[in-house]
Design a protein around this ligand. Structure first.
Ligand SMILES: [Zn+2]
Length: 324
């Protein structure tokens, strides 16, 4: 069975959620289990035995070995929150279940918090979604492509300079594809698993977008030596044909300009499908997003894609909520 024929799963139904987390204490205990694997450890002295929950305080524990207190949510995305963990879990569950995208408006409706709090929560969850080790995990056959995510440029077009400051450029025509003033995203998709890795590509020091070096960096982050790399004929991918890179990867290209989209097994349809998913999500749910946060939305859609068949995705994400 190919990945295409496998149906995406949901994180957890509402009934499962209520059964699993009947109380705030149950939610905190669940997180402690995930984080400490049943061995709640004092961060001050390493003790695991004489640790007790402080009376009336669900998120504070006391170590009688060293007489210090600590919070098991320190060093996680929940650290600075005044909200209960169970409300966070509910939002994480809803975020994962709404596969097309889950907006801050939905959060305000679902748990009655301000828009500002909701917005912040979703970005914290996106930070957790990005918190994974990529380190050359892709192998076999991959597809590499780039796209431009976001709405139409405004009349005065704000772009980021190389330091990340917003600069406003004069009115420009809304070009599509390469040559547009939007910020590109480069991505890799592994054929066998359907897993993706994608990075927002700010222009290099010379203001050049999508240089060969930049594209190669993404490939080198994601792919093992010996990987077969499918790309289109975009000239920056020529870097893969250098002597040194030919020893690392097998590069095959499809020529879109000549109307060629599939040549046997050589194509980039998989990664192009992923771009459609991101674009539809952003257009349909998030409407317009700041360039500053673009990488976080890209990370969100990568996480969704990479865990779409994993019934354990809720726990996978909880593990990634631990940032230290
Ligand atoms: Zn201790």
């Amino acid at each position: 069975m190919t990945n295409k024929s496998k149906r995406a799963v949901s994180a957890m139904s509402d009934d499962e959620f209520d059964a699993k987390f009947p109380s705030e204490k149950a939610a905190v205990d669940w997180f402690i289990d995930i984080r400490y694997k049943g061995n709640l450890t004092c961060p001050h002295c390493g003790e695991t035995i004489s640790i007790y929950r402080e009376r009336e305080r669900l998120k504070v524990f006391h170590c009688s070995q060293c007489n210090n207190s600590f919070s098991p949510i320190k060093g996680t995305i929940f650290e600075k929150t005044h909200l209960s963990i169970i409300r966070w879990f509910k939002i994480i569950k809803n975020f994962l279940n709404d596969r097309a995208g889950y907006s801050a408006c939905h959060v305000t409706r679902d748990i009655k918090v301000t828009y500002k709090t909701a917005f912040r929560m979703l970005h914290q969850i996106r930070i957790a979604m990005a918190n994974r080790e990529i380190e050359q995990v892709f192998e076999g056959v991959v597809e590499v492509d780039e796209t431009y995510v976001g709405g139409k440029p405004r009349k005065t077009n704000a772009v980021l300079d190389k330091e990340g400051n917003t600069i406003v450029k004069p009115k420009i025509k809304n070009k599509r594809g390469r040559g547009t003033n939007k910020i590109p995203v480069s991505g890799v998709k592994e054929r066998s698993t359907g897993h993706v890795y994608a990075k927002v590509m700010f222009p290099n020091k010379e203001g050049k977008k999508l240089s060969g070096k930049q594209l190669l960096a993404v490939i080198e982050e994601a792919c093992k030596k010996g990987t077969v790399i499918n790309t289109d004929e975009f000239r920056s991918y020529g870097i893969l044909n250098s002597k040194v890179n030919k020893e690392k990867y097998i590069h095959v290209t499809i020529n879109h300009k000549k109307g060629q989209y599939v040549n046997g097994d050589i194509h980039t349809n998989g990664i192009e499908n992923f771009w459609s998913v991101i674009k539809n999500g952003i257009r349909g749910v998030y409407h317009h997003i700041s360039v500053k946060y673009l990488q976080r939305y890209v990370d969100e859609f990568c996480f969704r894609q990479n865990t779409r068949l994993d019934t354990n995705m809720f726990n996978v994400l909880l593990k990634q909520c631990i940032l230290v």
